[in-house]
Design a protein around this ligand. Structure first.
Ligand SMILES: Cc1cc2nc3c(=O)[nH]c(=O)nc-3n(C[C@H](O)[C@H](O)[C@H](O)COP(=O)(O)OP(=O)(O)OC[C@H]3O[C@@H](n4cnc5c(N)ncnc54)[C@H](O)[C@@H]3O)c2cc1C
Length: 458
């Protein structure tokens, strides 16, 4: 049904455009939660989650502006007899649904920004995030259908139903379908042992029929006890995919509730895994570069071990010919895992390992300090790394990755040669990669804004 709607002030048109842009972004956000395997593999989970965070802010700006535009004095003189009510058709229900979904969106974005500085546990925050997202999508949908001028047209109504349906499918897939499938395919703990101060090596076995194929450096979501939707936590795989083995291993640092439970697991206990995710590591390994620099902070060594194990498995002469420099930083020496026990270092022709600790004991003989610009530059120069042409892989805590990326950018390393994976979804620091994403989002927002203004004026 095509409606013959009366003309209305351009600011009202603009307001509708803002609402439609904002609500579209909200519904697309469901697919950018980092839980869609194919997206995380193509784009990398850090990128997907950073876009998710930036899109949420963009949607909030558009949806916050939406109700206020209607109150601006924009009517031309010849329209003074008509009230906004004639155009809006706002009822008590549509007013309330609009306010509720906007309030829920403010809470969701606010809680996400303040999560780290608040006392809220990660699990409580994640549950609130999912509930608020459902409220925003569900109540926002009713508001759109009820109050939206263009949503009165059949094709538009079908469009919104389709978009809401897609968003709900992604939720149902992650929180209902996957847990049910996982419950049928429980894995078993084969071994659990402490390999350094606070770091445990967990090995689990999966049935041959349900073999998980992954690339060195990818990560998995783990659950223990039951396959219920939450809690589930991400961990990089430290093993390499083998035809003759159904085992997968992880290096897990005991830092909180979940990771402490991992350290207490017993052989034979059930564990649930959803993998593989991300594209960090071997997936990005390029034969174009003749030097590969791997920089690991703490337990960020896990995916590096996986990549090195895969390089050893593949025996690709072009990759083996590369000069590989592994820089491994820890706070204290006891935190470092014994690399010789994990990788056959001698089977690499060109592998050099540099270990540094920031709080050395008296008998520490390696480098000391943190990976700041001066230390990093010294190491790269000593090992004759050509910063402009080498490939970099960085993994570990967010602060360390930010600091290393800022330094590499200053030294002239092209951003495209830097592959990194953060162990916290913290994109606050203005490192060069984050800045690039923020600028792209701002440009995208400006383009949407221009399109909305153009549409409203014509
Ligand atoms: C892609 C990726 C790969 C990782 N690989 C490893 C690894 O190989 N080894 C390792 O020891 N750690 C790894 N981590 C970090 C690990 O996920 C967290 O240390 C762990 O989830 C902490 O849980 P907790 O309940 O023990 O601690 P908490 O005290 O509850 O959490 C500590 C911090 O960990 C993060 N975190 C907690 N729960 C989750 C969750 N469900 N999802 C995402 N982040 C969470 C939050 O930033 C939180 O502030 C990885 C993280 C990511 C994102």
């Amino acid at each position: 049904m095509m409606l013959n709607l009366p003309n209305r002030p351009w600011l009202d048109e603009l307001s509708s455009s803002f609402a439609m842009i904002g609500f579209n972004i909200v519904l697309i956000e469901f697919w950018l939660s980092g839980r869609v395997k194919s997206l995380s593999r193509i784009l990398g989970v850090d990128w997907v989650l950073q876009v998710h965070q930036l899109f949420a802010r963009t949607a909030l700006v558009f949806l916050l502006l939406h109700p206020f535009m209607y109150t601006l004095p924009s009517q031309p003189i010849w329209m003074t007899s008509s009230s906004h009510q004639d155009f809006l058709g706002l009822t008590l229900t549509s007013g309330l649904t609009g306010m509720l979904s906007l309030f829920a969106l403010i809470c969701l974005v606010g809680l996400a920004i303040m999560r780290k500085s608040s006392d809220l546990s990660y699990e409580a925050w994640r549950l609130s995030h999912v509930i608020l997202a459902i409220i925003i999508a569900g109540v926002g949908f009713f508001h759109t259908i009820d109050a939206g001028r263009y949503a009165q047209e059949d094709w538009m109504k079908s469009y919104w139903q389709f978009m809401l349906g897609l968003a709900l499918v992604s939720l149902a897939w992650t929180y209902i379908v996957k847990p049910l499938v996982q419950n049928k395919n429980a894995h078993e703990v084969t071994s659990i042992k402490q390999v350094s101060l606070k770091i445990w090596e967990l090995v689990i076995k999966h049935s041959k029929e349900k073999k998980i194929n992954y690339q060195g450096g990818q990560f998995a979501w783990l659950k223990i006890g039951s396959s219920s939707p939450m809690p589930e936590n991400p961990f990089s795989i430290s093993s390499y995919s083998r035809q003759d083995s159904s085992e997968i291993s992880f290096l897990i640092k005991d830092v909180g509730d979940f990771t402490h439970q991992i350290s207490q697991l017993q052989v034979g206990q059930k564990i649930f895994i959803d993998a593989p995710y991300g594209n960090f590591g071997a997936e990005a390994l390029s034969v174009e570069h003749d030097q590969l620099v791997m920089i690991a902070g703490g337990v960020g060594i896990a995916p590096m071990i996986s990549v090195l194990r895969q390089i050893e498995r593949d025996q690709d002469p072009k990759v083996l010919a590369k000069k590989i420099l592994l820089i491994y930083g820890n706070r204290v020496a006891e935190q470092a895992v014994n690399l010789k026990e994990m990788i056959h270092l001698e089977s690499f022709r060109n592998l050099e390992v540099v270990q540094l600790v920031s709080e050395p004991s008296k008998d520490w003989q390696g480098l000391t300090g943190v990976l700041d610009a001066t230390t990093l530059e010294k190491i790269l120069n000593t090992h004759q790394i050509n910063v402009k042409s080498a490939q970099f892989m960085i993994c570990g805590p967010a602060e360390m990755i930010d600091s290393v990326e800022i330094s590499l950018d200053q030294f002239g390393a092209p951003l495209g040669n830097i592959d990194s994976e953060k162990f916290q979804y913290d994109f606050g620091k203005k490192n060069p990669k984050n800045k690039r994403s923020v600028i792209s989002t701002l440009l995208g927002t400006a383009a949407l804004l221009a399109a909305a203004i153009y549409g409203a004026l014509h």
